[in-house]
Structure formats: C-alpha cells, structure tokens
Design a protein around this ligand. Structure first.
Ligand code: SF4
Length: 365
C-alpha cells in the first residue's frame, strides 16, 4: 500500500513523494513570494499544496493564519528549529500564529500524561521557540493544549461524522489492535487546522501548515473534510508546505530518540561541538583522493547544517560548495567553521533561555 507513516521514521524519497501523492514543487510559487525565506529559496521547503492562496494573502495584505502542532515527547533538536524559523517568518508577515500542544495525541499514541505534555511543551519546546526568536507576547500568537480547547474538541467530533473507519485505516494503516483514542487523534489534528476559520476566530481564511512530508496524510484528510464542511462552515481548504528532514549526523534521519544523530538545543556546548567534529561528511577515503576528486557536499551532514541553520549568506555557502567540489577545502576546515558557528548559536541560546523559560511559564494560565 502506498502510505506515508506519520509515526514512522523512514528516510523519504522526495521525488517519489511528489509524483505519488500530488505534492507540487515549491519552485512553482517561490518567485511570487515577497522576500522569500532562506528555507524557501534553498529548496529545503521543497513542496506545497495550494500555496497560491498564501501568496495572494502575502501580496495583498489579506488575513491568513499559520498552524503548527507539537507532540511533546522528548528533547528539541536542531532539526526542529526549522519549524520555528518558519513561524517567525510568517509572524513577521502578520499571519495569526496558532500552536497546538497535542497532549491528547501524546496520551493516545505514546501514553504521555497531560501534565507531562504541558511541562515538556512549556519548558522544552516553547522555551526554545522563544529563545530562538519567536515573539509569543504578540497578539497574533495563540498557544493552547488540545485537551483544554473546547472549540477544537467539539469540531473534531462534528467532522468525525463524515469520516469512516475504512478511510482512516486506508490513510493511516490502523488495524484491529489500534486503540480507539489513537484512531480519534487525526480528527483532533484536522480540527486544530480548521478551527482558526471558525466565526469566533475571525471566520474563513487561508491557513498554511508547514510540515514534514510524513504529515501529508493529515493534510489530505483535512483538505477533504474542509471541502465536505464548506457549505456549513465556509471552510477554505488549508494550504501546506513540505520541508526536507535533516539527515542525522550519523547519516540516517535526525531523531530525538537517537542521541548520536542529533544536536539537541540543550546539549552542552562541549557536546554539541563534539558531535559536529565526529559527524559523517561527504569526504573521501583519503586526503589525497579528496584533493583529486573533491568532496560530496550533497552527502554531507556538515554541509547540510551550514545550509539549514548556520550560514545566512548565499555567496559564502556557494564558495564552500565549490571549494568542496574542487577539493580546495577539506572536511576539517568545514568542521572547524561549523563548530565556531554552532558555538555562537548555542551561547546566544543559553543566554536567552532563562528569560525565555520565565515567559513560557506565564502562558496557558
Ligand atoms: Fe562536507 Fe566540507 Fe567535507 Fe565538503 S569539505 S564533504 S562540505 S565537510
């Protein structure tokens, strides 16, 4: 069966994905975006559904919202920073920002208590979001726990009327031993995404959901249900962008549950630098070979770190890439450069985190 497993962790073939599931290339819309972000122009955001609604809102100052959810289940790693960068960008563009803490899903799918979810969400995730520059004090920022948002819970129940178990099974691969609460959680996510369009929240408007491609089943289900409830609620089918996952430092997908694959935002500086120094690169077997053949930046987790998070200047990046390809620089040079940049980033984060935690703990009161 051609499924994407939203709870799995397989490395994704992006081209196959766009072909099989009808995700459109982001390059189709990127030129229409005013001051597109680096994640957009560098192809890290590679795909989209219906992004034209968002370019229209961006270019014509129309209201729109950005929605993201977090299932607090572990420590935040540097790959998660991508979502924060996107929220910050949309916040600057005056979108309403909605962040759902999926405590009900965390309980149903992973057995994490509501109290633990809340604690992790505020002290780990939101604290880091703030330290990374998201302004949670602005009026356009909305944070909530799924279990405490009656509008979301009621909407999930109502939209459930137009989904069958067979549909859920074919989208998510649920089987006879999946618990019922888990089967219900996709409806909560659909309601998370649609509720900013309820009258109480300003009525129908475009909503953009930035996700990894593993979340596309939720997007497809949400768009289907938005159209089924269009007459009753006026829902507009939400748009989505899809970003690439970071390769782990060990060469597989970066994952919170694989400490060696990820740099956690709360790693000590010493550990973070150590991880950079021992990361898998696209270097050759020997120095002689690398000088002759050049390195392979597209297979290099250090280069990826520079592209995704550490270097803003496109020219500088291009220079590293061409020097790598020609064998002019060696992996030790890049690791040194990445270590310095990550040191700057971590020192700044460390400085900001204490104040950020205080702000985070004023939320959800
Ligand atoms: Fe990666 Fe730099 Fe080595 Fe090239 S030289 S493979 S970019 S670490």
């Amino acid at each position: 069966m051609n499924m994407i497993d939203p709870w799995g962790s397989s490395i994704i073939d992006y081209d196959k994905l766009t072909e099989q599931f009808g995700i459109k290339p982001f390059t189709d819309v990127v030129d229409d975006i005013p001051h597109a972000s680096k994640l957009m122009t560098r192809g890290i955001i590679f795909g989209q559904r219906d992004y034209n609604k968002i370019t229209d809102a961006l270019n014509n100052n129309k209201p729109f919202a950005t929605m993201t959810g977090m299932m607090p289940s572990g420590k935040m790693h540097i790959g998660h920073k991508m979502v924060v960068d996107q929220l910050k960008w949309y916040q600057e563009k005056n979108a309403d920002i909605y962040v759902s803490i999926a405590d009900m899903e965390a309980y149903a799918a992973r057995g994490i208590s509501k109290e633990k979810s809340r604690e992790l969400a505020l002290n780990e995730y939101i604290t880091n979001y703030i330290a990374l520059g998201l302004d949670v004090t602005r009026d356009n920022f909305h944070l909530y726990l799924q279990s405490e948002n009656d509008d979301v819970k009621n909407l999930a129940y109502i939209i459930g009327k137009k989904v069958t178990f067979n549909q859920m099974r074919s989208i998510y691969g649920f089987n006879n031993s999946t618990n019922i609460a888990h089967i219900y959680t996709p409806l909560l996510q659909v309601a998370d995404i649609l509720h900013p369009q309820l009258k109480k929240y300003g009525g129908p408007k475009p909503v953009i959901v930035p996700v990894g491609p593993d979340q596309d089943p939720h997007i497809r289900l949400t768009r289907d249900l938005a159209s089924k409830f269009n007459e009753e609620y006026g829902f507009i089918e939400p748009s989505a962008t899809f970003h690439r996952f970071m390769t782990g430092l060990t060469g597989e997908k970066m994952s919170s549950s694989k400490p060696k694959s990820a740099i956690y935002l709360t790693d000590s500086l010493k550990d973070a630098v150590k991880k950079v120094k021992s990361a898998k690169t696209g270097g050759r077997e020997s120095l002689k070979e690398q000088k002759e053949l050049g390195g392979m930046p597209d297979k290099c987790s250090i280069y990826e770190l520079l592209v995704y998070h550490l270097i803003d200047d496109d020219k500088k990046l291009e220079e590293i890439r061409s020097k790598c390809l020609s064998g002019e620089i060696l992996c030790g040079n890049c690791k040194g450069c990445a270590s310095e940049l990550i040191t700057d980033m971590f020192e700044e984060l460390d400085q900001k985190r204490e104040e950020a935690r205080k702000i985070a703990n004023t939320l959800l009161k």
